[in-house]
Design a protein around this ligand. Sequence first.
Ligand code: GRF
Length: 202
Amino acid sequence: MNNFKLAILISGSGSNLQALIDQFSQKDNKVIINCVISNKRNAYGLERAKKAGIRTHFVDHTQHGTREEFDQELIKILNQYNPDLIVLAGFMRILSDIFVDKYLGRIINIHPSLLPKYPGLDTHQKVIKNNDRLHGVTVHYVDKSLDGGPVCGQSMLEVETTDVEELQNQIHKLEHKLYPHIVSLIAEGKMTFDKGKVVKKT
Ligand code: GRF
């Protein structure tokens, strides 16, 4: 297998980024994290990346008049790396059609709910408020819908707390296992995106 190149986009703490770094950092690993891009200067994930020797970029969305201009700047950076997969790991920006069209089938996202339930923000609060018995996490390919692209995989748990922070921590633990697993499947060609659908090969 040739090297499989990842570009990871973040906005915050980067605990999912860390899980990916931990999974793919062995020398003989074929999955390489080529760059980490953040739209937040102080995102802690940038520190995690630097510590792991990964090239980092900060692109300030407030300095770009439109979503499209910001995305063009992202594309300019990504062109330097030619990634096989763009991994959104807590990247808190909606991508424009320009971006999605360019990389369709090569962008994945992790979302803290059992999609299609609870797209958008504050998923843990909604689960607690609605007394849901089950909660979980979804990895999906990104298309032009909000958190609506085809699902690569999900993990779930039974809700046994009414504390948002505790629930979030439990969900994070699921995320840190699921995301590297899905990236591995895609890198190994065991999961692909074809005509808007996820295709799994055994
Ligand atoms: C995660 O809960 C992820 O599902 C969501 O944003 C959060 C990012 O957390 N998209 P971290 O920055 O990876 O710690």
